[in-house]
Design a protein around this ligand. Structure first.
Ligand code: ACK
Length: 323
């Protein structure tokens, strides 16, 4: 059934269980495109076993794509076959047969990327007439547990922001248990679905951990410098603890409602600054407690950073304290 086909048993089975006929897919609008790839919203007929159209997201290359881009998309497809967690985007199928481009079909997340959602909230914040919202810009506004934005259909509280962090940590704890390293964790690669459920996405750069717990990147590709751990910048070493560093940057993006990290600092200069001990300062909107966690994620020695499991516990406690 389609229920069991979403499980993690595909390493031994072929792609047949994931193959979805192209003629049952109606591509609609482009949701976004990067340099090489693009994501489209589509309707898929009977992809869940029921005789209905479901809204899905389809990942594909732009144009033909080079060999390495094709490999990235295939590698993402292969990673997604292995994973099954509520906070990780779910693979629904793929069109891999010759006679058309490679399509990877995943669940559709209603609110798009967490980054664009946070930015939308920030821009609405200034328009909202709620008192706590009018205080956007006030250093305390994220520290009092109140509303950040209440605007027609959009409402966001400080608790929601902590819940985003908690859910991302849970998804990442699962991935690190699975010995998977994401390598490109950032709010642009986290999606927001109905019910404020967060889904980790964009596995194009992720790799299985082969030797020990370290992945050494062999070739130069796209590098998300401002999310990268100091050892990844220096020696191209990637572990779950370098994902933890990126998670610290994600926390910074969350509390600043989608700001761009290290404002005013060029990617070329960043490594030297980090090496000299520089770290992003506490955003005005960030509680001391949250900033302490960020700084722990950015410790020089990967072993001194918290694990995702520890982070889940910390956010669990914070959520209990913010009810
Ligand atoms: O912020 P957005 O609207 O949400 O723009 C990006 C864009 O595609 C490029 O990544 C959106 N996107 C990606 N995957 C999905 C998905 N599964 N569901 C909904 N939107 C998606 C993302």
């Amino acid at each position: 059934t389609s229920e069991t086909s979403t499980g993690s048993s595909s390493k031994t089975s072929g792609d047949a269980q994931w193959e979805f006929p192209r003629d049952r897919l109606i591509l609609e609008e482009t949701l976004g495109e990067g340099e090489f790839g693009k994501v489209m919203r589509a309707q898929a007929w009977s992809i869940n076993g029921q005789e209905v159209y479901s809204t899905v997201a389809v990942k594909m290359l732009k144009g033909d794509g080079s060999f390495s881009e094709q490999q990235d998309l295939l590698s993402e497809f292969n990673m997604l076959k292995e994973v099954c967690h509520p906070n990780v985007i779910k693979l629904l199928g793929a069109c891999t047969q010759k006679g058309g481009p490679l399509y990877v079909i995943v669940e559709y997340a209603q609110f798009g990327s967490l980054r664009s959602y946070l930015r939308k909230i920030r821009s609405l914040g200034f328009e909202c007439n709620d008192v706590s919202v009018a205080q956007v810009g006030n250093p305390m506004y994220l520290s009092d547990g109140g509303d950040i934005c209440r605007h027609d259909d959009v409402q966001l509280t400080r608790r929601d922001l902590i819940s985003f962090a908690w859910q991302i940590a849970k998804g990442m704890a699962y991935l690190s248990d699975m010995k998977l390293i994401h390598r490109d964790l950032a709010t642009r690669n986290v999606l927001l679905a109905t019910g404020n459920v967060v889904k980790i996405s964009d596995f194009g750069l992720s790799r299985d951990v082969y030797e020990g717990d370290t992945y050494l990147k062999k070739s130069k590709g796209r590098v998300p410098v401002k999310w990268m751990a100091i050892e990844s910048l220096e020696d191209q070493i990637y572990t779950s603890k370098s994902d933890v560093w990126s998670f610290g940057v994600v926390l910074w993006e969350i509390v600043t409602l989608g700001a761009s990290p290290y404002p005013g600092i060029s990617p070329e200069r960043l490594y030297q600054l980090l090496k000299a001990g520089y770290r992003m300062e506490q955003p005005e909107t960030c509680s001391d407690q949250l900033y302490r966690i960020m700084v722990m994620c950015w410790r020089d020695n990967p072993r001194n950073r918290p694990s995702f499991k520890e982070l889940v516990h910390r956010f669990d406690r914070m959520l209990q304290d913010t009810t």
